[in-house]
Design a protein around this ligand. Structure first.
Ligand code: MF3
Ligand code: CO
Length: 254
């Protein structure tokens, strides 16, 4: 079941989303060469605490995971792209870091992710980052009232295909509301005109993640969470929580 949110409820979700945006910005500012990933998790914890928000990531254990998630952010470096656990790794110049964060405030949740390089950005990384963020923008632009989920999915998939990047539909976007993962699911590829209709009040996270190496497989680390490319190629991940409104898509994690 998809729960449609009122305009007031969407405003409340935007307040949760603003906390997520602040946490991502603080982590980005702190992410310098020499900084340890667990320190970045502490930076995000501080932002959530100061806002009076809780973390929907901390202790989360979906069916695919063998252990509860131990952090408030996912920090995925280089060939890791999703669900990287904040560990003792020390960031180096040129690392590509993907940061995913959620916050729950006054009973409403926001979920967003961004990717960037620490220090120098190679031209290959710049293109991967730019195209993955462009896919998020295309997905959001497709989230118009009366459009369908498949329009979002197709817009994302087209950007990956045009760029020659690897696309996997195993993890993708999802409904967001009182909890982080709700109906509907928002796959990162699909067919236009198919799937659930997007009525005003639908709130979803859209989250393309691309692998630079093409359609090669990925694998999960022994930690049970960290997802990385099999060929060692780098990945990027961008995510916003948005609301479909009568006036078009509204980004709630800006
Ligand atoms: N944006 C990610 C997702 O929707 C966040 C989940 S990370 C977890 O799957 F740690 F909470 F699982
Ligand atoms: Co998400």
């Amino acid at each position: 079941m998809v729960e449609l949110k009122s305009v007031g409820e969407i405003d409340a979700m935007a307040a949760a989303g603003a906390v997520v945006a602040r946490a991502l910005a603080a982590v980005r500012t702190a992410a310098r060469p020499g900084v340890v990933l667990t320190d970045l998790d502490q930076v995000a914890r501080g932002v959530l605490r100061d806002a009076g928000a809780s973390s929907p990531f901390l202790g989360y254990q979906p069916s695919f995971a063998s252990t509860p998630y131990p952090g408030v952010v996912c920090l995925s470096v280089n060939d890791a792209v999703l669900h990287g656990i904040p560990n003792g790794y020390r960031l180096r110049e040129g690392d590509l870091l993907s940061v995913d964060c959620g916050a729950t405030l006054d009973g409403w949740t926001g979920d967003a992710a961004t990717s960037f390089c620490v220090g120098h950005t190679s031209s290959a990384d710049a293109r991967l980052l730019e195209r993955t963020e462009a896919a998020l923008a295309a997905g959001i632009a497709a989230a118009q009232p009366a459009a369908r989920i498949g329009d979002i999915s197709a817009a994302i998939g087209a950007v990956a295909r045009d760029a020659g990047y690897g696309l996997h539909t195993d993890f993708g976007g999802h409904g967001v509301g009182h909890t982080m993962h709700e109906s509907p699911s928002v796959p990162n590829d699909g067919r236009p005109g198919r799937g659930m209709r997007l009525l005003p009040g639908v709130t979803i996270a859209i989250e393309p993640w691309f692998l630079a190496g093409g359609h090669d497989a990925y694998r999960i680390d022994d930690d049970g969470w960290t997802l990385r490319s099999s060929d060692g190629s780098r990945g990027a991940h961008f995510e916003h929580t948005i609301a479909v409104t009568a006036d078009g898509p509204r980004i709630l994690t800006a």
